[in-house]
Design a protein around this ligand. Structure first.
Ligand code: CTP
Length: 420
């Protein structure tokens, strides 16, 4: 495993970072840097217009390799063929509307487009453009063509664009691009578009249960597993809504609509509103089982005669997964809705983590249960994870140690299989 915990890509990869001509080209420098920090060999291939935004010297210094834009440089090395043939992964950041149009047409009129035509490795495009361009039917068609051919076209982030506009079209954060691209390189099959048209609801993160205006009961959930599931489901073609509790200041998952909540009851209410429109519900959140029975209006003080701070009475929170299972059983939700639970287990004196998970899938009544073995403090906030996927039919799949994306891929594969 390397320093950042990307255990599913243990070897140094030959990564080509293509850069097309858009203002977000400056973020390509961060992408190059991140790949280098993770120990990969990076070759930057900008388009001619990308160099209007960032100079070749920057990319040469960061990558440690010369940079050229045309097939007529180093002709003796036939580099328009060699770079593509040798690459383990190609990431184009930013992929502009014009670049995607050229890629969709199979043009080979500069070094980057020629490299794409030669490559047989995974290709990831990170689009950035104005919202109107992203929504234009020409771009939609080009994206659909590229995806149909197996190119991974990431969804752009939603947010502030150059100038005053806001909307989808922003380049995802460099770290998001690198993490997703490495997940694609590790297992391209996890990104096939087998959830096209499916509506997926995912709970993620932890909940906070207020004690008074400044204190709460919370937990260590980072939200990373739920967000990785959301990004991968979106990339597999699903329409994704995430009910996000408290997370580790993560950027919103690409391609997903996010509903932010704080407490278990907020999360329960949001799930109740959205579950009816979902085909698949995945409950990855770490929901507080209890909350203080009363929330003080003003900050509670220690040393008061009632000593209220030293004894906080708790009441049980709604079990969101169990409630959703009941709603399906009563016909409020479609019978075909697939419900996936999570369990974090350490095992105890009587039972192993796996045995506890077997009991939990029966008790909760969900179709699939992802059980994380969290003995020894693993999982919370870490980038790695281990466990089993149990099905209500009794199937048990070991999920080997891997990144959150590797686990997300195993879960979504199990969901697709369970839905037939
Ligand atoms: N869950 C939920 N609402 C709750 C508690 C849990 O939706 N109030 C969901 C979690 O998101 C997870 C699954 O239920 O998918 C199992 O959570 P876990 O905390 O392991 O289950 P509990 O029933 O609380 O079991 P335990 O006694 O082991 O804590």
């Amino acid at each position: 495993m390397n320093a950042a915990g990307h255990s599913d890509v243990s070897d140094s990869l030959k990564v080509v970072v293509g850069v097309a001509g858009g203002i977000a080209a400056y973020k390509a420098a961060h992408v190059v840097r991140r790949f280098k920090e993770l120990g990969h060999d990076v070759r930057v291939v900008p388009t001619e217009s990308a160099l209007n935004f960032v100079g070749a010297a920057t990319f040469e210094a960061l990558s440690g390799h010369p940079v050229s834009t045309t097939v007529f440089d180093a002709v003796d090395e036939v580099q328009h063929v060699r770079i593509g043939q040798e690459a383990d992964l190609i990431v184009v950041v930013p992929a502009t509307a014009d670049f995607m149009a050229r890629a969709a047409q199979g043009r080979a009129d500069d070094l980057l487009s020629a490299t794409l035509l030669v490559a047989t490795c995974p290709v990831v495009l990170a689009p950035a453009m104005h919202t109107e361009m992203w929504h234009h039917p020409a771009t939609r068609d080009n994206v659909a063509t590229l995806r149909r051919r197996g190119t991974i076209v990431l969804d752009p982030a939603h947010g502030r664009l150059t100038g005053k506009d806001t909307g989808p079209g922003r380049l995802p954060e460099p770290e998001q691009v690198v993490d997703l691209a490495l997940a694609v390189a590790a297992n391209p099959a996890h990104f096939r578009r087998d959830l096209e048209g499916a509506r997926v609801l995912i709970t993620a993160g932890g909940t906070q249960e207020a004690i008074d205006p400044v204190r709460f009961i919370g937990n260590h959930s980072s939200g990373r597993q739920g967000f990785a599931l959301a990004e991968m489901a979106a990339q597999r073609g699903a329409e994704v809504t995430v009910i996000a509790g408290i997370t580790d200041a993560l950027p919103n998952p690409l391609g997903a609509e996010v509903v932010n909540v704080v407490s278990a009851r907020d999360m329960a209410a949001a799930v109740e509103r959205h579950a009816g429109q979902a085909d698949i519900c995945i409950f990855a959140a770490a929901v507080a089982d209890f909350r203080p029975s009363q929330v003080a209006d003003s900050k509670m003080k220690k040393g008061k005669s009632d000593d209220a701070l030293s004894r906080i009475d708790l009441v049980e929170n709604p079990d969101i997964l169990a409630t959703t299972v009941k709603r399906r059983a009563s016909g409020e939700l479609a019978a075909g809705t697939t419900l996936v639970g999570f369990a974090a287990e350490t095992g105890d004196a009587d039972s192993s983590a796996l045995e506890l998970a077997r009991q939990k899938i029966v008790r909760k009544g969900c179709d699939l249960l992802m059980c994380n073995d969290v003995s020894g403090g693993r999982t919370f906030g870490s980038t790695d994870n281990v466990g089993w996927i149990l099905s209500k039919g009794g199937e048990e799949t070991v999920v080997p140690l891997g990144s959150k994306f590797a686990v997300a891929g195993a879960i979504l594969d199990a969901v697709v299989k369970a839905r037939g």
